[in-house]
Design a protein around this ligand. Sequence first.
Ligand code: THU
Length: 160
Amino acid sequence: MKEFNLTTKMRSYVWDELTDEQRALIEVAKEQTDRSYCPYSHFHVGAAALLANGEVIRGCNQENAAYPSGLCAERSALFAAGAQYPDQPVKKLAIACFTGGHFTKEPGAPCGACRQVMLETEHRYEGQMEVLLYGEEATYVFDSAADLLPLIFVSENLKG
Ligand code: THU
């Protein structure tokens, strides 16, 4: 038996420490929480993807009475980006969560399925995608989606 520690890296920033570009993208993600369709959870999630050509693609969670038919904010943004600009790498992805009348103090953690899709996005465009998780008290910054998902499953794994 061998035991391994899988380590990962993130940084925590207060608002003033972020760059203008990061703050602008987060503002879009925050705005998007207002467009979320979440009549079941009342948990509003907004996402904003910055593409290499400077376009910002918006997403937010879309719920459904048949619960599994809904989609998270992150995937709605990344899939929209892929549909509208298939040739443009996604450089940054910002996410914000709003519930109970305020943005969450701590950043929301993306679900496993969204992490998997973030990772595929990085591999698809062969470059790192910065992930910004906004919270009122701190914003977590990941240089790469891979830092959110150690021991990854990507297309190479299908080859065995
Ligand atoms: N949600 C997201 O949009 N992103 C995540 O990464 C986690 C959860 C949404 C799904 C659902 O509409 C609501 O938050 C509650 O789970």
